[in-house]
Design a protein around this ligand. Structure first.
Ligand code: SF4
Length: 434
């Protein structure tokens, strides 16, 4: 195909999507929440939305667009830096251009964080059978933001950059939730939230064509993004809002410590292409994965008291914390936060470990350097700790009960509770699936 034909084809789909976005934006008063993961698809989507709003008259820009970047707090350090830079540029550009865009970062609450669960509670490293992380690290922070906006505005539309051709599994999941002839479909779990995927039919080539031939409207670095993709391999981690948007895992924009995949080929490719700084992170991840199913690494009683492979033993948790802090020192990046150390201290103390154990391990690695202080924010509130104890006693999944409690609270003040039983049923079902 001649170069001119390629450009004409590119501009056709750009015009089509921009027009489609304008119609969808003007259609109603629901503000948009856009998931931005820093990958090519969500960058393309944000770019489309910027240009669409720039095309509209000031009067027509009648509602807000919230762009949210989810930070699991275990993002690959250099990716995290990149996302932070991009969202800062976005916010400045939106302000200067007078666009109704607001940019936010969202991250998991303390008791949902990766190290608090893995090192504090001893949850075994996540795998496909026990993937305890996606909901805590990715879904919950976004859901909280969406719920807050729903209560503020009455309803919202979540706009995602998911694409059918990104993976066949994702295509199947997207197809299962699609409603023929409708732009927006209701969110599976969040009431008054709708999901819209305007670039779902674009091919990967079209996305790159768009990113590399059209200037980034907030001054972002699309060339740098392309370079990152050239160095790594694997699929992209989309913004995960529920199970219908397909969890991540095998992706370059996933967590650096993700053990859901056998091998982290993306990080391996980065190391192979000369990014040596990732090697120690990769080795730590491999260690986490290796010990996961070893009998000697796990207690022989489950959390609910029944016999079987339980959480990581305390000795293993101590060793993991030591290795993580040594890694933090080696790569000179903050890998675990002060709050998380405080939460782990508290959790270990509840399980009968010496109260200064975390501090002892810290001193072993950092010697005189003071341990960062945690805020006065316990990992679980007293009420939640009690709920967790009761759940353990009765062998009921704590996360399910917490979700049911959240639903009850959400609907508690409403006179009509239409839809609540369905949501509760779904919460129970998804807990069984997990
Ligand atoms: S990238 Fe891996 S560790 Fe992170 S939330 Fe997804 S599945 Fe879990």
């Amino acid at each position: 195909m001649a170069v001119g034909d390629v450009r004409r084809k590119t501009s056709n789909f750009i015009d089509d999507i921009t027009e489609e976005l304008k119609i969808a934006y003007m259609e109603d008063a629901r503000p948009w929440v856009i998931g931005f993961s820093g990958g090519k698809d969500s960058t393309a989507l944000a770019q489309f939305v910027f240009y669409m709003l720039m095309d509209l008259s000031k009067k027509s820009r009648h509602k807000k667009v919230f762009i949210i970047a989810s930070d699991t707090l275990v993002e690959m350090p250099s990716i995290e830096d990149r996302i932070k830079k991009e969202i800062a540029l976005m916010q400045t550009a939106a302000y200067e251009k007078g666009l109704p865009i607001e940019v936010y970062g969202v991250s998991p609450v303390l008791h949902d964080r990766f190290w608090v669960n893995l090192i504090g509670k001893g949850y075994p490293s996540p795998n496909t059978r026990f993937r305890w992380c996606t909901e805590r690290l990715k879904i919950n922070p976004t859901s909280r933001f969406v719920r807050e906006k729903v209560s503020q505005f009455g309803a919202v539309a979540i706009v995602l950059g998911s694409r059918i051709s990104e993976s066949s599994t994702r295509a199947q999941v997207m197809e299962a939730y699609r409603i023929e002839g409708q732009r927006f479909r209701p969110h599976r779990d969040l009431t008054k939230a709708w999901v819209y995927m305007p670039i779902q039919n674009l091919s990967t080539e079209q996305v790159w064509d768009y990113l590399l031939t059209v200037d980034n409207p907030w001054g972002g670095d699309n060339e740098g993004l392309a370079m990152l993709y050239r160095m790594a391999s694997g699929g992209e981690c989309p913004m995960v809002i529920d199970e219908s948007t397909q969890p991540c895992g095998n992706s370059r924009f996933g967590c650096w410590c993700c053990t859901v995949v056998d091998r982290d080929k993306s990080m391996e490719s980065l190391v192979a292409s000369g990014e040596e700084k990732f090697r120690p992170l990769l080795e730590f991840r491999d260690h986490l994965r290796r010990i996961r199913d070893e009998d000697w690494a796990r207690m022989n009683t489950r959390k609910n008291g029944t016999a079987g492979k339980g959480p990581f033993t305390h000795a293993i948790r101590h060793d993991l914390l030591k290795r993580l802090l040594q890694l933090q020192k080696e790569v000179d990046e903050i890998l675990i936060q002060g709050d998380e150390l405080a939460a782990i201290t508290e959790m270990w103390a509840i399980e009968g470990q010496p109260v200064d154990m975390v501090e002892r391990i810290w001193r072993h690695v950092f010697e005189e350097e003071p341990m960062p202080e945690g805020k006065e924010n316990p990992a679980l509130s007293k009420e939640e700790q009690l709920l967790e104890d009761i759940c353990m006693e009765h062998n009921i999944p704590f996360e399910m009960m917490r979700r049911l409690r959240d639903l009850e609270e959400e609907y508690g003040s409403l006179r009509r509770r239409h839809g609540l039983p369905d949501l509760m049923r779904e919460a129970v079902k998804s807990s069984i699936r997990e």
